[in-house]
Design a protein around this ligand. Structure first.
Ligand SMILES: [Zn+2]
Length: 147
């Protein structure tokens, strides 16, 4: 299996070495004229990512089609307790980002439907089904944010 740092670096632009086991690259999550993404390989092979432009890890990984788990070389069962905890925290933060975009999108559906009802319009069967789906997705996102 390829080292995780190699997988990430191949998906970034403007990569240059910045010392041993360290690189700087253009952040894929914002318009980054002067490379501000710091990438380093930890002693255990995990990838450490920090964007001095302020993008969060989820946004950076999403922009290159990777997940937090892809930053770790081992399978989760090979990790020690602290590493498993870090992996869970990364995964939870990624889940929050997804939940927030679901909330933003689905709440808009409910707001539009509520406005129609308040204006005296009746929802047709399709609208009804879409609102029911939106409510389910909002509930799922709510549970993800505050289990
Ligand atoms: Zn950025």
């Amino acid at each position: 299996m390829a080292a995780p740092v190699g997988v990430l670096l191949r998906r970034l632009d403007g990569v240059r070495a910045n010392g041993s086991g360290r690189w700087i690259a253009r952040c894929p999550a914002h318009t980054d004229k002067h490379p501000s993404l710091s990438v380093a390989e930890g002693a255990d092979g995990r990838v450490l990512v920090h964007d001095f432009g302020g993008c969060d890890l989820h946004a950076i990984l999403a922009a290159v089609g990777m997940e937090a788990a892809d930053l770790f070389p081992e399978r989760p069962q090979d990790l020690n307790a602290r590493e498993r905890h870090e992996l869970r925290v990364h995964a939870r933060m990624a889940g929050w980002g997804t939940a927030l975009s679901v909330l933003a999108r689905e709440s808009r559906i409910v707001i539009i439907a509520a406005a129609e009802v308040l204006a005296g319009c009746e929802l047709n069967a399709d609208d009804h089904a879409r609102v029911a789906l939106a409510l389910q997705r909002i509930e799922d996102a709510r549970v993800a944010l505050a289990p």
